[in-house]
Design a protein around this ligand. Structure first.
Ligand code: ATP
Length: 236
């Protein structure tokens, strides 16, 4: 579970976040919506502690991580899987090697440099690929995968990392509607079956309805509840 209170962040003199507060519980999918440039990515980067908030607090599973540094920060970050726009894969590496990237913190440097991966980590990465439906694509280069498959690899990397909080930035904006629906279904299933807390930025209202338990709108640097989602939202 992740709890952020009154996060503030000014970038280039502009107060992008003023007092953004959000709680995402285990098993819950919260959609983050808002106009382009409203600060959605900035908020995700602050929550992942990749960007230092100017004010506010961030709690991860009850631990205040706002001011952690060094080894403690490094450990806390492992619990947060940040899935970026454009998937952030290493294009010339295989799907499996990209997923193993999520295990880098666990693997000695010499093994990484020689790509002599420990069998246990390979098994974890293969299981993650299988879970996202890509068991037969492990050896394929990332840049030869479709957009939807690349998105699945990026999610598998977060699974292999062992993260229990997933921050997912625009997972479907560049995908066709059918592929987008299948990615959203995967995200929903992972939250329900593994108890991940998921905060996901989305643009299309139909995507929000399909995947989210609730939605928050970021505007003028603060988050507001959006209207309740229609009852009986489908996952199809
Ligand atoms: N590193 C940076 N330095 C200065 N300004 C930045 C930086 N990163 C983002 N910004 C600005 O902060 C604002 C919020 O950007 P952000 O990417 O968080 O918005 P967003 O809601 O994710 O937008 P989109 O929906 O278009 O992806 C924008 O005005 C952007 O230009």
């Amino acid at each position: 579970m992740i709890v952020a209170r009154n996060i503030a962040k000014t970038l280039s003199g502009r107060a992008v976040l003023r007092a953004a507060s959000v709680t995402v519980k285990a098993g819950e999918v919260v959609a983050l919506v808002g106009p382009s440039g409203s600060g959605k990515t900035t908020l995700l980067r602050c929550l992942a502690r990749l960007l230092e908030p100017d004010a506010g607090t961030i709690e991860l599973h009850g631990l205040d991580v706002t001011h952690l540094a060094g080894r403690k920060l490094y450990r806390a970050r492992r619990d947060i899987g940040l899935v970026y726009q454009q998937f952030n894969l290493v294009r010339r590496l295989s799907a499996l090697d990209n997923v193993l990237g999520g295990r880098l913190n666990e693997i000695p440097t010499w093994r990484v440099l020689t790509r002599n991966w420990p069998a246990n980590d390979v098994a974890i990465a293969q299981a993650a690929l299988a879970r996202v439906g890509l068991a037969t694509h492990a050896a394929q280069r990332a840049d030869r995968l479709s957009g939807g498959q690349q998105q699945r690899v990026a999610i598998a990397r977060a699974l292999a990392q062992g993260s229990r909080v997933l921050l997912i930035d625009e997972p479907v904006s560049s995908l066709d509607p059918e592929t987008a629906a299948s990615i959203l279904r995967l995200i929903r299933e992972l939250a329900s079956e593994r108890g991940f807390a998921v905060l996901v930025t989305l643009h299309r209202p139909e995507d929000v309805v399909r995947v989210a338990d609730r939605a928050l709108r970021l505007q003028d640097g603060v988050l507001r509840d959006r209207l309740p989602l229609p009852a009986g939202r489908g996952l199809g």
